[in-house]
Design a binder for this molecule. Structure first.
Ligand code: UTP
Length: 229
């Protein structure tokens, strides 16, 4: 595969749950990103993970407003983005908006959240739209989207493909509340519905599989489709 042959750019929503401080994983991840960045532009939008959730939980207990809790979450995502950007020797300035990310001219651009009222999934979905990306990869710590929470139910069934409209029927497009863990948040679903890029949900811990998904090959995970597309 050569630059420009098939994909121009990839946006990876890198779930905060993947920030596991596992050196072996991040060595492998770094190699993968560097290799891929020779072929296409890569945007990584990093989630807040445990840091965000712990801070938000305690802030909420102390009566902090929802908007301020979102801002605490955003700071956590930016701290995580800073770490990953340093590991990848990517951008020194962490963009605070999708527009600034699009204007950042390094092969790999890492960012976190932007504004209250959505999660980094929505940031990634918007970034994919505004940067003209070919694919949005939602990388999380389970294999994809299941019929029920696979961490709680051992008989949960993985969907190989799903229509975004069905997810919207089930979860809506509204933002719920800071730190709430949903597969893809409502505002992100709304953007995905209107966009045309490919969308996949994969387990980010399986780098080979993530690469297969990006390269359009068979992979384990959930393909998000659009009705009428
Ligand atoms: P995350 O994107 O990490 O949310 O942002 P999440 O759903 O917990 O995702 P994972 O599991 O890490 O992938 C953490 C919190 O930061 C705020 C929200 O409150 C969100 O729940 N946030 C994040 C925003 O308000 N705006 C943003 O652009 C990003």
């Amino acid at each position: 595969m050569h630059k420009g042959d098939w994909i121009k750019s990839v946006v990876i929503a890198f779930g905060g749950s993947l920030l596991n401080f596992d050196r072996e994983y991040f060595e492998k991840f770094r190699k993968f990103i560097i290799k891929l960045s020779r072929e296409c532009k890569i945007y990584l939008v990093v989630g807040g993970g445990k840091t965000a959730r712990n801070y938000i939980k305690f802030g909420r207990e102390m009566g902090v407003s929802e908007e301020k809790l979102d801002r605490i979450g955003i700071d956590a995502t930016r701290l995580n983005a800073r770490l990953i950007s340093c590991i990848l020797d990517a951008n020194n300035i962490i963009p605070e908006s999708v527009e600034d990310a699009v204007d950042t001219h390094s092969p790999v651009v890492v960012m976190g959240g932007t504004l209250p009222g959505h999660s980094t999934d929505a940031v990634a979905a918007e970034l994919a739209y505004k940067s003209g990306a070919d694919i949005l990869v939602i990388a999380t710590d389970v294999k994809g989207i299941y019929d029920k929470d696979p961490k709680k139910h051992s008989d949960a069934v993985l969907y190989n493909e799903l229509y975004v409209e069905d997810l919207i029927d089930r979860y809506g497009t509204e933002w719920r509340k800071a730190g709430e863990n949903v597969v893809i948040d409502g505002p992100a679903l709304d953007i995905i519905r209107k966009a045309t890029y490919r969308v996949v949900v994969v387990d980010g811990r399986d780098i080979e599989n993530m690469e297969m998904a990006i390269r359009g090959k068979d992979f384990v995970g959930t393909k998000i489709k659009r009705r009428g597309a």
